[in-house]
Write a protein that binds this ligand. Structure first.
Ligand SMILES: Nc1ncnc2c1ncn2[C@@H]1O[C@H](COP(=O)(O)OP(=O)(O)OP(=O)(O)O)[C@@H](O)[C@H]1O
Ligand SMILES: [Mg+2]
Length: 271
């Protein structure tokens, strides 16, 4: 077998599990994400999405199981994993007391870019994210959309093979949101980056993602292409329906969803 055959997936998890005390936040999940894919991780609040991302970015140790990211084992070779990835956390992480440029310079140093690379890559990232004119303004005066774009610029400086974005467009207006989508798709197109995002925005999931996994209580309920997931649920099913069906709590588990559906059908027939 050659290397390509061994490291077929950008991300592969094996029974990946994380407990907090007795609570199982991520419960034996097996995910496979191909190189160059935009992959969405969906699920209700507390489903375990951020915990998955924190393990895959080596910020949190799994309780059991393992994963390969960019062909590297997250437990045995965390340094190699860190060099292969960029990460934008769920909470805003840019430093408001610094300028955009200064934030980027910190990231560039963190990623070990040489001085000559640093200057070029920072200018490039600022221009790519439409922030050149604001580079020397304090980040505390940036809008939410500008901060998110700056964070994306920080995460892509070292041209990582894989980007992890935890709710990248939360709180952004529609124009800012579309700009982030456009930039992400360009990163995928120009550099072949693999992008794993979490989102509660079903339009974002459908527009951006080649494939989705929906989590429920730490487990993966379903994986698939957004259009196929909708089609699987019925002719007129929306992504909201897909989410409600696979991320829903007791409704789905108890089978009550079916009953509700049947009641509706019956009601329609009767009405
Ligand atoms: N450090 C921690 N200590 C204890 N419990 C934690 C910790 N981090 C997460 N949890 C718990 O693990 C579960 C999964 O949390 P996680 O943040 O992964 O969910 P999420 O899917 O990202 O939710 P959201 O959509 O709200 O961001 C939750 O019940 C959460 O309270
Ligand atoms: Mg989260």
């Amino acid at each position: 077998m050659n290397d390509d055959a061994i490291h077929h997936f950008a991300i592969e998890t094996f029974d990946l599990t994380r407990r907090f005390e007795k609570m199982v936040a991520v419960d034996h999940i097996d995910l496979r994400i191909s190189y160059g894919e935009v992959f969405g991780l969906l699920g209700a609040n507390g489903a375990g999405k951020s915990t998955v991302i924190k393990m895959l970015t080596t910020l949190l140790t799994p309780s059991s199981g393992s994963a390969d990211v960019g062909g590297f084992d997250i437990i045995k070779t965390p340094d190699e994993v860190r060099r292969s990835i960029g990460y934008v956390s769920q909470l805003l992480s840019a430093d408001g007391a610094l300028t955009g440029y200064e934030n980027l310079r910190l990231s560039a140093k963190l990623y070990g870019l040489s001085k000559s690379d640093r200057i070029y890559r920072i200018a490039d990232a600022l221009s790519f994210m439409g922030l050149t004119d604001y580079a020397h303004k304090l980040v505390k005066n940036y809008s939410g959309g500008m901060i998110r774009r700056l964070e994306l610029a920080q995460a892509m400086l070292h041209r990582p093979a894989i980007l992890f974005l935890d709710e990248p467009t939360i709180g952004l207006d529609p124009v800012a949101r579309h700009m982030v989508w456009d930039r992400l798709l360009t990163l995928r197109h120009d550099y072949g980056m693999t992008i794993l995002i979490t989102t509660h925005d079903m339009e974002e999931a459908e527009t951006l993602c080649d494939n989705l996994a929906i989590m429920h209580s730490g487990k993966i309920s379903i994986v698939g292409n957004p259009a196929k997931l909708r089609a699987g649920l019925g002719e007129n099913a929306s992504m909201d329906d897909v989410f409600a069906y696979f991320a829903g709590g007791s409704i789905h588990e108890s089978g009550a969803f079916r009953e509700v559906e049947q009641t509706r059908h019956t009601a329609r027939r009767l009405g």
